[in-house]
Design a protein around this ligand. Structure first.
Ligand SMILES: Nc1nc2c(ncn2[C@@H]2O[C@H](COP(=O)(O)OP(=O)(O)OP(=O)(O)O)[C@@H](O)[C@H]2O)c(=O)[nH]1
Ligand SMILES: [Mg+2]
Length: 733
């Protein structure tokens, strides 16, 4: 090793650094800064980039790497990107002196972000932590505030964990205007670490490195074979002949796929329009335009949650899919099944995709082509390498589509070549299908239309009933103290609802595992909110963890003052069928039957419904959801995740609660059934009987002995929002 001794401090003359971090954390800018490269690279870093430079008279080599999505676990990062992380070490053989973990200091840092950092870093092995330094970027965005003031206590403790894991080595930078002295400080930290590590650089387990290199070679070889097969297929005599014989003047395309897959963006790219796509597509949309001398019709459809089975998709979304082809008179030439290349593709996703496609009939695959989006994230990796790298799940889907696929980079929608190629492939495919188009049975479309007509009428009637109810209750007086209990299945948005009501982050971002009580004042009214752990959406109580039942049952022992309301929290954009209703009924029965009189259904994520009103969603979803809303006396409310309407939606909810409290003025829940735990006992007895376990067996007694309502009443954190859109928000872990 080439070391220098200056003013008594020894340091490495040829310093090698690897930069890791999530997307847009500032890695490339930092790499440029350290190596003195003035030219900023505007595109996303898809492969490792090696930069050389000189700093303070020393040679520095920096390996910039592709970043991961900060909300996602390493499991969700595509294979080729994880392999790039491993390769970063080989790019600066014999190994880097330091791995700089780049993190934006002004961004939210939640538990899932921490976990993501840990998982991605540990791709390199546990030993990497001894060579890691945290570099916080975007110092200028937090102005004069201290780090602690900005990140909040939850983030602070998580970042502290990270800094501790890196041997307390960290540095804060403002890359835009970094002074040489700031960089010097960073190098001093690195030098001290290298010295502490006995002048050793980080070395990866050789076997592991060879294994990854072997995998990459295999991936490359198989990708070449696939490319050849697919090329032959496109160039087959039928395809060529057909291409010449059937130029399609009026092309009709349906875009479908999981949520956020890039369907609407792909529509824009094909039609070369720049219609904004920030909102979720919640109903079929037909758009038309002239492309390369053809008249192209595109039907965009609502997506499904990529990892969830079709049972979780709301009825309305499924009906929209059935309806889509009727917007293409004479049928669709192709269905483009949209998929992202910047994310891994799992068996779960394949299952979900096949289930949703099955709604459209078995013959649908004959007309389907996989449309890969986020092509910009592939860099030099070919789409065939991506397909081979992702494994059987993706290969299965590609094969079901007869090996037809195309890649789009929607960020570069001005690149006409990619669209010309796509249209060309569609024409060949139509030729291979002998000109036939995909059409949904007329009978099914008629049924859908009839259902929508009925649902619209019922929705109007529900709105009318709500208005009548509002008018019958006289203007309610403000209650002196109000207690709101949040109840619902897991990840329904209970804690989020609590935070929205308080207008600040009073409940943490992680999974709620026990009852948490918080106090605050909203619109001059003292409010207590009790957050509870959610049950599994469609499992009956006996199969749900005992702890949840214990927490709900014991929650009544809390000293709750003033008026009380139960907020039954559901996601507006998810299915709610008989199993979900049963789970809800059984869990609520632990609180006695009067929970219905004091209950109000709160739908979260209303923004996901687009222009569709919640009443229409309730009527389309079916009898289970209608029963629930009716059982709560037609009391319901919606919350959407937009800061502008936030306070108004809270005011309206509080008014609805006050009207309910007024109507229930004579009752006092705590003196009646809610104190009784007999129902809970009955359910427990039934469960024990069904399981054939002797009552009072050791395990049961053990858990009962531990029943304790654990109530947290800590100081809460300030809301700290970086405004970053969730890449996908509702998946079971
Ligand atoms: N970098 C990059 N971003 C893309 C690409 N395609 C889409 N996006 C982004 O991905 C996000 C989701 O894209 P949409 O087109 O709205 O996805 P969608 O499938 O229509 O989403 P839903 O209608 O919500 O189901 C947007 O922020 C797009 O800007 C792409 O090729 N490259
Ligand atoms: Mg869309």
């Amino acid at each position: 090793m080439h070391c220098l001794l200056l003013a008594g401090v020894q340091f490495v003359f040829d310093l090698r650094l690897v930069l890791l971090g999530n997307k847009a954390a500032g890695k490339s800018s930092l790499a440029n800064l350290i190596t003195g490269h003035a030219e900023p690279r505007r595109t996303v870093t898809a492969q490792c980039v090696k930069l050389h430079g000189e700093f303070a008279g020393r040679q520095v080599t920096v390996i910039d790497t592709p970043g991961w999505w900060k909300n996602f676990s390493a499991k969700e990062t595509p294979e080729f990107q994880k392999q790039e992380i491993v390769l970063s070490i080989a790019h600066c053989a014999p190994g880097p002196h330091a791995v700089l973990l780049v993190i934006r200091v002004d961004a939210l840092f939640k538990e899932k972000h921490r976990r993501s950092v840990q998982e991605h870093l540990e791709i390199l092995g546990e030993r990497v932590w001894s060579h890691a330094v945290v570099v916080f970027t975007y110092r200028d965005h937090i102005q004069e505030k201290t780090l602690a003031e900005c990140i909040g206590s939850e983030a602070e403790s998580l970042l502290l964990w990270l800094v501790e894991k890196c041997g307390r080595r960290y540095h804060v930078l403002n890359i835009e205007r970094a002074r040489a002295s700031q960089l010097k400080e960073l190098l001093e930290i690195i030098d001290a670490m290298v010295m502490g590590n006995g002048d050793c650089h980080f070395e990866m387990d050789r076997k592991w490195l060879h294994r990854v290199e072997g995998k990459m070679t295999k991936r490359y070889t198989r990708a070449n074979q696939r490319r050849k097969i697919v090329q032959d297929q496109w160039e087959s005599p039928l395809g060529r002949q057909g291409h010449k014989q059937i130029p399609i003047q009026k092309m009709r395309i349906i875009l479908l796929g999981p949520r956020r897959a890039g369907k609407s963006s792909a529509g824009n790219t094909i039609l070369r329009t720049a219609t904004p796509t920030s909102r979720r597509t919640s109903a079929c949309v037909r758009r038309q335009g002239e492309v390369n001398g053809r008249h192209v019709t595109i039907v965009d459809t609502p997506g499904w949650w990529k990892s969830l089975s079709v049972a979780h998709t709301p009825e309305r979304d499924k009906q929209e899919l059935l309806f889509s082809s009727s917007l293409c008179p004479a049928g669709a030439h192709t269905l483009l099944l949209t998929l992202r290349v910047d994310m891994a593709f799992t068996q779960e996703e394949r299952k979900s995709m096949e289930e949703h496609m099955a709604l459209l009939g078995e013959q649908v695959w004959v007309y389907t082509m996989v449309l890969f989006t986020h092509g910009d994230c592939l860099g030099d990796v070919t789409i065939e390498e991506f397909i081979e790298g992702e494994g059987e799940a993706l290969q299965g889907i590609v094969e079901r589509c007869g090996n037809r696929y195309h890649v789009l980079d929607n960020e570069n929608w001005n690149d006409g070549g990619q669209v010309t190629n796509l249209l060309d492939k569609i024409e060949r495919m139509v030729a291979q299908n002998k000109g036939r188009c995909y059409e949904m049975e007329l009978k099914t479309v008629k049924e859908v239309k009839q259902k929508w007509k009925e649902a619209e009428e019922k929705a109007k009637a529900r709105v009318k009933r709500c208005k009548q109810m509002k008018n019958t209750v006289k203007e309610p007086a403000k209650t002196s103290g109000l207690t709101l209990v949040l109840l619902g299945y897991e990840e329904a948005g209970k804690s989020w609802t609590g935070n929205t009501i308080f207008g600040r982050e009073m409940f943490g971002s992680g999974r709620t595992v026990r009852c948490i009580q918080r106090h605050g004042e909203v619109r001059g009214q003292k409010i207590t909110i009790v957050d509870t752990p959610g049950w599994c959406k469609h499992l009956p109580t006996e199969q749900n963890p005992t702890l949840i039942k214990q927490q709900i049952t014991q929650m009544q022992a809390l000293n709750l003052s003033g008026a009380l309301a139960f907020l039954l929290v559901l996601r507006a954009d998810c299915s709610f069928k008989e199993p979900e209703l049963q789970a809800m009924k059984e869990h609520l029965s632990l609180l006695g039957s009067r929970v219905w009189d004091q209950g109000i259904v709160v739908f979260t994520f209303e923004e996901q419904l687009g222009d569709r009103g919640i009443e229409l969603q309730i009527e389309c979803e079916g009898v289970a959801l209608q029963w629930l809303v009716d059982r709560c006396g037609n009391r319901y409310h919606t919350f959407k995740d937009t800061s502008t309407s936030e306070r108004q939606q809270v005011r309206e909810l509080l008014e609805k609660i006050q009207r309910m409290v007024q109507a229930n003025a004579d009752s006092d829940w705590r003196n009646t059934e809610l104190r009784e735990v007999t129902q809970w006992k009955k359910i427990e007895e039934g469960r024990v009987k069904r399981l054939g376990v002797k009552e009072g067996s050791k395990s049961d007694e053990d858990s009962r002995g531990k029943i304790q309502v654990e109530i947290e009443e800590e100081e809460s954190d300030d809301v700290f929002d970086d405004g970053e859109a969730e890449e996908s928000s509702w998946r079971r872990n």
